[in-house]
Design a protein around this ligand. Structure first.
Ligand SMILES: Cc1ncc(COP(=O)(O)O)c(C=O)c1O
Length: 939
């Protein structure tokens, strides 16, 4: 066996690239073998050179292949022998068939792929047991990692024994992959995305037969600090715990030769699905493996919906498309039926009976599907939502906030949160993200800002009203919080603060061992463990000696200190919302609320009220089914798919930034450009910086205040003379490329589990073409063209408007206008604007605006004004509009500004209303007569 040190150590992306790099290695071997074959008539020395190249190529890939079942030791041995014996054609043929089988995944279903021309037939019989019936349904294939202390020479026989257990009625088929140590077990789970289960035997050793210093350093640091170190040399149990940290979805079986009852009764091994006394019951083990995968495969709602669709059902309810008869028999709309196919309509129903369950009050298979989702995402509870995360957010906010509660929230968060505050009557206290003015976007909110807001609230005696912190993780542009640290330090100040992490874009992150710790649920799990650790308690007690049990909000040192929460007081209440449809295989609007809250039972009723308020009483069944299926996919192949999405993003980053032509005009911003150095304490610069390996990346993800989600790529196009919208439109119209949002001088691209290398190739090709066009234009247009180009680039890249901060709520909407905290009664302002006589309009460019800014009365926004881009409200109801905001609005060159009609001007609350006495009806004056008349006639 060789060494994986070089490959593991080279670049961070090599870690993500497991599957793709493997194809590349096989392709290199194949090319070398073909060249060798083609040199048949050349001189001996030439042929030897080719043979040497093939040998080197084979050695390069051989070291990784121990971690995969296919092609397996026998075929690899044949290949090695052919190379050694000088059989160029035989080498090329075998390399070709293996590469093809890997690329097409045919080896998962085609037993023939496993045989070489000279492989014995016994192997064939072994492989096909139970697959003889060609009409049988497709049986998904997976691999099982067997970590065994047995000598490597015994592995083939053990594998044979396992295969003998296959039965025709098995729903899945699996191949074992044998490794012999703790480190190789970890490598196997990391490298092989097809592994769905691991069988770990007691008595394994630690060290890998593959030399991998980066992994060793990582394991030593990571597992020890997570409390996962091996006790008394029990590497088997330590490995079980370690694998569960890396890939929580894996089923782990433990084979012990000691007192199995003791192992099984050990509460610290809850990561193990089943303990066996050695291989006492091989069939039981086999069935357990299949059962574990079947449990993840099972999609109770989707299954039932399919069954429902196949039954002959007469419908007398209000949903004519159900069963599709009105469509398929129609003279005019039959094409809709043809386009969507029959199943869509057969699976439509408005019933909640017949096994379809009710989303609003689930007791059957929706409930089971939700429980499975909770397990998959590491939550206590999951709720499916069919109206997008816009709705999920409002549900959570309405459920947990009451009028007058204070909600700390990033002003740049999605608009649903602002509306959530209005609905709940909560007072938003806006905390500001750091600006990235040059790119007309915001970063994320520094923890210091949040702590200061909490301490200020404490100083003013309002901390008890601060009920919730809402943050977007990751932000639209890819800024990821240090979720664990944010929660820990906030809880140090307010032990029962509730966290709502809007992970609309980040649901997939659960399946990346890198990102998981930075998700709401991943961080909550870490924090939960930490808070139970006696060492943490001791450290907290030290802190208490220094700062006291009751923190003094005036103590400036608190802002700098890394605060610990009081483990006896903390209530860790974590909510996460995500748009399943944004990052997983789910139909549009599929969304989830995840809950990890020990006090949920206190709010359960109001949570259901919020669901009843917002959820449609006619939820779309196909969306529910697709959420269920998305969960299945992520639990079974999420790890591999997410790795690939990350890898593709790294490929785009590297290609764009290093391409000699593209990089003259375009650039993808690295972590260092998106996150100022003060928030990257680990010293991390960017994923592609030379010297970065995956251990450095993990360190940064553990320590730094913010990290960048590499799959969100900010491509600067201002330097190519395009503003974001112009570039986006051009890509869509001329090149059929659709992308995410835009800023003044950039566009946001995103990779996800759907992307392929061909997509990336297309993008790169298009960028080359556009760059060539610019070159040509500049070359042919002479100095005039070059000057115009330079001026355009300067205007886009340097003449950028300052981003306005939140000013303040107008005094009428503040309880105490001299308060140092800025929360306000936005709801009163919002509904104040429902009375026309309380509003006025002023044209943006009118002199009246400048006069009012100078001499008053103050301009106070009547509504949300949200320009796209950047997509956050630069005015909220009740906000005082200052010169900065007006300047920003006047410079805005975007077409879409929600809440603002240029023809009418800015909608303001008028001075008469603002100066009038407050009414108990939250600011709304009694309806005016004409309003009454209007509404009377409206219906
Ligand atoms: C941060 C954030 N939260 C919530 C949403 C709303 O999600 P949905 O489109 O699923 O309603 C979005 C949509 O873009 C978003 O960016």
């Amino acid at each position: 066996m060789g060494t994986v040190a070089k490959a593991v150590n080279v670049r961070v992306d090599q870690f993500f690239t497991v599957a793709e790099a493997r194809f590349d290695r096989w392709r290199s071997l194949l090319q070398a073998a073909r060249a060798w074959e083609a040199a048949a008539n050349q001189q001996r020395s030439d042929k030897e050179k080719h043979q040497g190249a093939v040998s080197a190529s084979f050695a390069e890939l051989r070291q990784w292949e121990d971690f995969f079942a296919f092609p397996g030791p026998a075929l690899l041995k044949t290949l090695e022998e052919r190379i050694a014996s000088g059989d160029a054609s035989g080498t090329a043929r075998l390399a070709q068939s293996i590469s093809t089988a890997l690329l097409t995944h045919s080896y998962r279903t085609n037993p023939g792929d496993w045989e070489g021309e000279d492989q014995p037939q016994i192997a064939f019989a072994d492989r096909v047991r139970g697959t003889e019936d060609s009409g049988a349904a497709h049986r998904p294939y997976f691999e099982v990692l067997v970590v065994s202390p047995a000598r490597a020479s015994a592995w083939a026989e053990l594998g044979h024994e396992l295969r003998k257990l296959r039965r025709a009625e098995d729903k899945f088929v699996y191949e074992p992959v044998f490794v012999g140590s703790f480190e190789d077990g970890v490598l196997g789970a990391i490298l092989n995305g097809s592994v769905e289960a691991a069988i770990i035997s007691e008595g394994i050793t630690f060290a890998s037969s593959h030399h991998s210093p980066v992994l060793r350093e990582f394991l030593t640091a990571h597992l020890a600090s997570s409390g996962m170190a091996a006790e008394d040399g029990q590497y088997g149990l330590a490995l079980a715990r370690g694998l569960k940290l890396l890939r929580p979805e894996l089923d782990i079986y433990f084979l012990s030769d000691r007192e199995v009852e003791k192992v099984a009764g050990d509460v610290s091994v809850d990561c193990i699905r089943r303990v066996f006394y050695q291989v006492e019951e091989p069939l039981e083990l086999h069935l357990s493996i299949l059962d574990g995968v079947a449990d993840r495969f099972d999609t109770p709602y989707f299954n039932n919906l399919q069954k429902y669709a196949q039954r002959p059902i007469g419908t007398f309810h209000a949903l004519p498309v159900a069963r599709g008869k009105s469509i398929f028999k129609s003279n005019w709309i039959r094409d809709m039926g043809r386009f969507y196919g029959t199943n869509l309509f057969l699976a439509e129903s408005s019933a909640t009976t017949g096994g379809l369950d009710s989303l609003l009050e689930p007791t059957g298979n929706i409930k089971v599907a939700q429980d499975k989702a909770a397990r998959a995402f590491g939550a206590d509870r999951a709720f499916f939502v069919t109206n997008g995360t816009s709705t999920s957010n409002k549900m959570v906010e309405q459920a947990l906030l009451a009028p007058g509660d204070i909600m700390l929230v990033d002003r740049n968060c999605h608009k649903s949160h602002h509306y959530g505050a209005v609905i709940a009557g909560a007072y938003p206290l806006y905390v500001e993200a750091y600006p990235l003015t040059q790119y007309s976007m915001y970063g994320a909110v520094p923890l210091r800002t949040i702590k200061k807001a909490l301490l200020d609230l404490k100083a003013e005696g309002k901390l008890d009203r601060a009920r919730m912190l809402v943050l977007t993780n990751c932000t639209f542009d890819g800024h990821i919080y240090n979720v664990e640290r944010v929660m820990e330090e906030c809880l140090a100040i307010k032990p029962d603060l509730i966290f709502l992490w809007d992970e609309a874009w980040f649901g997939f992150a659960r399946w990346s061992p890198f990102y998981r710790r930075r998700t709401a649920m991943g961080a909550a799990a870490i924090l939960e463990r930490k808070l139970k650790d006696p060492a943490y308690r001791a450290a907290y007690q030290e802190q208490e000696k220094k700062f006291g049990a009751d923190l003094d909000p005036k103590d400036k040192a608190l802002l700098e200190a890394r605060l610990l929460a009081n483990p006896d007081k903390v209530r860790l209440r974590v909510y996460q919302t995500h748009s399943t449809h944004k990052s997983m295989s789910c139909l549009r609007q599929g969304s989830m609320v995840l809950v990890k809250d020990p006090d949920f039972h206190h709010v359960e009723e109001q949570f259901h009220e919020a669901v009843f308020t917002h959820a449609s009483t006619s939820p779309n069944l196909q969306i529910i089914a697709s959420i269920d299926v998305a969960r299945r996919q992520m639990e079974l192949e999420g790890y591999e798919l997410v790795n690939r999405a990350i890898q593709l993003a790294l490929d785009v980053r590297r290609e764009v930034n290093s391409h000699p032509l593209i990089s003259k005009y375009f650039r993808v911003l690295g972590a260092d450009e998106m996150i100022p150095g003060e928030f990257r304490n680990s010293g991390f610069v960017d994923y592609l910086t030379p010297g970065t390996n995956w251990a450095t990346a993990v360190k940064a993800l553990r320590e730094d205040e913010f990290a960048l989600d590499v799959t969100r790529l900010t491509l600067v196009c201002g330097s190519a003379g395009f503003d974001g919208t112009q570039f986006k439109n051009m890509l869509a119209a001329d090149y059929d490329i659709q992308l995410n949002k835009t800023s003044r001088n950039s566009v946001l691209l995103q990779t996800n589990i759907n992307n392929t290398r061909s997509d990336i190739a297309q993008l790169i090709k298009v960028l080359v073409e556009i760059s060539q066009r610019i070159e040509k234009r500049l070359a042919e247009g002479g100095s005039a063209a070059r000057e115009a180009f330079a001026a355009r680039v300067k205007s886009l890249m340097t003449d950028v408007p300052n981003l306005p901060n939140f000013s303040s709520f107008f005094s009428r909407f503040r309880e105490n206008p001299s308060s140092i905290t800025s929360e306000g009664d936005m709801r009163s302002a919002f509904f104040g604007a429902y009375r026309e006589q309380q509003c006025e309009h002023l044209k943006l460019f009118s002199p009246e605006i400048d006069k009012r800014l100078k001499d008053g009365p103050e301009l106070v926004s009547a509504n949300f004004v949200i320009p796209y881009p950047p997509g956050f409200p630069i005015m909220v109801p009740g906000q005082v509009i200052n010169g900065e905001t007006i300047e920003f609005m006047r410079k805005l060159d975007v077409k879409e500004i929600h809440g603002y009609a240029a023809a009418l001007g800015l909608k303001l609350l008028n001075p008469a209303f603002l100066q009038s006495a407050k009414t108990p009806t939250a600011g709304a004056a009694p309806p005016a007569k004409d309003n009454k008349q209007k509404s009377a006639g409206a219906d």
